[in-house]
Write a protein that binds this ligand. Structure first.
Ligand code: HEM
Length: 141
């Protein structure tokens, strides 16, 4: 059970490393103009998204659900924190998919946003992370 939770947290950190770094790469990508840099950013973004972020997301969810199953599906009955956490995770998954869409736009040289947009986008997962950690650790309700 504790091993499942440890793996859940390890993959959560992996997922968030990508969620924080990918929009950062988009900022630098937007600001570069020479072809070798543009090509290099495309490779870095693809490897980060498909090699780190997406496996991290899937394994976080798998080990989260597994931890829940190991504790018993009824273990959190009467509390609301896990339901709110799951709703925030749904928002995070939508954000993740949106990042994938932006990645494809860059891949096909269709990016239409400036670096300020990506700097703002970068703040979004921080808010979700803070909310989920408070829900999971403090369990206010
Ligand atoms: C579908 C996705 C997820 C499910 C089903 C899930 C479920 C769970 C469960 C059942 C626990 C164990 C609670 C206990 O010890 O009784 C847990 C712990 C935890 N989860 Fe998740 N989780 C998911 C995603 C996430 C994400 C995305 C994050 C971070 C942003 C996260 C952060 C944590 C933390 C920090 C703990 C440790 C809480 C503690 O023991 O103090 N989880 N999760």
């Amino acid at each position: 059970m504790l091993w499942l939770k440890a793996l859940h947290l390890i993959f959560m950190v992996t997922w968030f490393a990508g969620l924080f770094y990918l929009p950062r790469l988009f900022v630098y990508h937007t600001m570069s103009e020479d072809q070798p840099s543009l090509d290099r950013f495309k490779i870095m973004e693809r490897k980060l998204f498909f090699g780190i972020m997406t496996p991290g997301a899937i394994l976080t969810i798998v080990f989260g659900l597994w931890t829940w199953y190991a504790n018993g599906w009824g273990a959190y009955a009467g509390t609301q924190w896990l339901h709110v956490k799951l709703a925030l995770i749904l928002v995070l998954v939508i954000y993740h998919i949106y990042c994938g869409k932006l990645l494809l736009d860059f891949k096909h040289d269709r990016n239409r946003h400036g670096h300020v947009f990506y700097r703002c986008l970068n703040e979004f997962p921080i808010l979700i992370l803070v909310a989920i950690i408070i829900l999971a650790v403090v369990r206010p309700f």
